[in-house]
Design a binder for this molecule. Sequence first.
Ligand code: NAP
Length: 340
Amino acid sequence: MSNTTTSALPTFTREIHLAARPNGAPVAGDFALVERELAELAQGQILVRNTWMSVDPYMRGRMDDKVTYIPPFELGAALDGSAIGEVIASRSADIAVGATVSHFAGWREHAIVDAATVIDTDLAAPQHFLGVLGTTGLTAYAALTEVAPVKPGDTVFISAAAGAVGSVAGQIAKALGAKRVIGSAGGAVKTRKLLADFGFDAAIDYRAGDLAGQLATAAPEGIDVYLDSVGGEHLKVAIEALEQHGRVALVGAISGYNGTTTQQTPDLYLAATKEITLRGMLVTSYFPIFAEYITKAATWLADGTLHTTETVYEGLNQAPAALLGVLTGANTGKMLVRLA
Ligand code: NAP
């Protein structure tokens, strides 16, 4: 529906800018809350009132002045990332006022975008499209079906297991027929949750020390698949515990994102002699199976196969705290900011 607007449209919005590049761990002063006038909509554009935004560990890397697989955030400009919102004005022939959409202009209360995906809110609550039905859920699914496929009877080890990817991954591993699923997380509250809510068979508190010993106790016969979100000591210990022809999905390496700690190095010769497959992944490469995954995961959510949780910070001004929090373990399940 073209040229459609609702009454009383905002003329200003607020957004979070990158004020400084961090030196090690980011701090609140690296961000600034800025008010800005909204431009007129051009033909084809929509104005979205953002209701939810995603906060993800990869955003830490974008705060550095380094080009990786994704450009860095610009100093003095708004950050971006996945968000959900309601269309409040439209000059698009394809997206009507009132639609709920997902797009990539988060970190602001209102977004003017050229393209967005209309989401089906009959399928699940809108914020699920940033978590279990979003790229975090797809990451867990692709990691365990395509990158390091789980076979029935496997023993699977998952790090950052109480987080967004990890908590879904444990349950997907079970649904794929894993015999035993072991998760590691920081602290007793999270490890209890792994067992009580997320269907893990064993839980390791990596902050309690002796990661290798705890993994040996949890998996006395070794592991077949490891989903690595952490890197460093976790990857080293997992390679030591993997069976011949073990598989590793290299999903993330959060223990090194601030670059402040000396990382333990995995023994790649041991990986060679065990004929281990170590395979990296970017979730964007699995967008061709996104629709198939959403259908499957929505069914799993509805029939109780998948249980999810979220940690919600309220208001745009809390978004920097949410990012600092996701990097230090303040979240269980998906870290989100509710904007309205
Ligand atoms: P998340 O797990 O919800 O949050 C990050 C968690 O990491 C924290 O809650 C914290 O939990 C844990 N953590 C922080 N520092 C740690 C350390 N030094 N050692 C061990 N654990 C630590 O985040 P997510 O969005 O699901 O992402 C998980 C991982 O997947 C990240 O590495 C991310 O970069 C990666 N990822 C990759 C892709 C891809 O396309 N390759 C896509 C999505 C996510 P504790 O309290 O347990 O420490």
